[in-house]
Design a binder for this molecule. Structure first.
Ligand code: ADP
Ligand code: MG
Length: 378
């Protein structure tokens, strides 16, 4: 059994100027047998501190940690059956790669044939078989990180923790390695994986479930697509997605039966509520400020330059910058009061920068947030 249960976990550090820093603030998460969970959030949100408490490298200020039914709080790190992979490989520089992988097994008095079998298996999966007799210095950084992952998996731990293992690599290697870590998980039946990252793309693509953290607190805990489509608050909405969601301040007005969001400033962006359920949810905000959130893929070009202004639908915006991505084009727009990002299916190039075009948002795709609580309304 490798279910991990974290209940109301806190970590406070004494701050330099007196008082306390609450690095982890009432975190509760359950990770099932064999589940791959991502802890995601910006630098300083408490990911490493949470992992270190689970591993036993840091004391718990308050709360409980269980693996299966066993309370872990007072169990020494070496007896927890947990291994951890860090940003830096942490290999012993004077030992060969083989001995680095074998070391933990030797300490635990595994028999030599079993050690050999496990090391060779891991080396094959991680494509480092050819380097086993070399010292770490004779490997590339990527190969060393593969060896560090190998060292963590040969122990066949119940729980495997990753603390931003790919953050030292460039985008190409990160993309390749995250696919491999994903595949590796399929070969470790029953092992629970908790993987910390600040990279929203990595968070979306690598795990079964994402726990988004900010300021030591869990913001939302759900599947990647639920987080993307139904973010609970502005933080989660803005964290996932690349380019990120655009936010516009505005007010909600009622005219007879219609509810209309109007952007602050010159009010270029408008969105009318059509769906009755959405209307009902938004009604209490009539006359109050509201925040509209819209993803780049839910904004489109309504009218190209040169077309007549008369039939114009949508709102005008100036194109500040154009990013041709190949399959689509990211357009950075100015409405006067706000900056928005539009992902257009069209093939535009840098010559479009500086032009004023009309754009449409898909009102049913827009999210609305209470600017005070930051919670999503619809
Ligand atoms: P993350 O891994 O998400 O970047 P950390 O868990 O490392 O975040 O840090 C969370 C917060 O706790 C940060 O504000 C950090 O400055 C603080 N912190 C971490 N370790 C210590 C420590 N040993 N002493 C004091 N503050 C710490
Ligand atoms: Mg960290």
């Amino acid at each position: 059994m490798a279910k991990v249960t974290i209940q109301n976990l806190f970590k406070t550090y004494p701050a330099e100027k007196g008082g306390d820093v609450t690095a982890v603030n009432d975190v509760s998460v359950e990770i099932q047998d064999g589940e791959f969970v991502v802890l995601a959030g910006p630098s300083g949100c408490g990911k490493s501190t949470t992992l270190r408490m689970i591993a036993g490298l840091e004391t718990v200020s308050k709360g409980e940690i269980f693996i299966g039914d066993q309370r872990m709080n007072d169990i020494p790190a070496k007896d927890r059956d947990i291994t951890m992979v860090f940003r830096n490989d942490g290999l012993y520089p004077h030992k060969s790669i083989y001995d680095n992988l074998a070391f933990g097994l030797k300490l635990r008095k595994f028999r030599r044939p079993e050690i050999k079998k496990r090391v060779l298996d891991a080396a094959r999966v991680l494509a480092i078989e050819d380097f086993l007799s070399r010292k770490p210095a004779a490997l590339s950084r990527e190969q060393r990180q593969r060896a560090a992952i190998g060292r963590a998996i040969v122990r066949q731990p119940k729980v495997l923790l990753f603390d931003e293992p790919l953050s030292n690599f460039d985008a190409e290697i990160r993309a390749e390695m995250r696919t491999e870590i994903r595949k590796l998980h399929q070969r470790l039946p029953g092992a629970a994986i908790i993987y910390a990252t600040r990279d929203p793309i990595e968070a979306m693509t690598i795990g079964d479930r994402i726990v988004v953290m900010n300021n030591g607190m869990v913001q939302q805990n759900d599947s990647p697509l639920t987080l993307y489509n139904e973010p609970l608050n502005v933080f989660v909405a803005g964290f996932l997605g690349n380019p990120p969601m655009s936010f516009l301040k505005g007010t909600l007005r009622q005219e007879r039966d219609t509810l209309r969001f109007t952007e602050v400033g010159d009010g270029a962006v408008e969105a009318r509520f059509r769906n009755e359920d959405r209307k009902a949810a938004a009604r209490e905000f009539v006359g109050k400020p509201l925040l509209l959130g819209i993803r780049p893929e839910d904004i489109e070009i309504a009218q190209f330059s040169g077309e007549g202004e008369k039939s114009a639908a949508g709102f005008p915006a100036i194109i500040d910058a154009v990013e041709p991505m190949g399959a689509a084009t990211n357009l950075y727009l100015q409405t006067g009061a706000h900056t928005l990002v539009c992902r257009s299916a069209g093939h535009l190039d840098h010559r479009e920068a500086g032009h004023r075009l009309r754009f449409k948002i898909h009102p049913e795709k827009a999210h609305f947030f209470d600017p005070v609580s930051t919670l999503r309304i619809v």
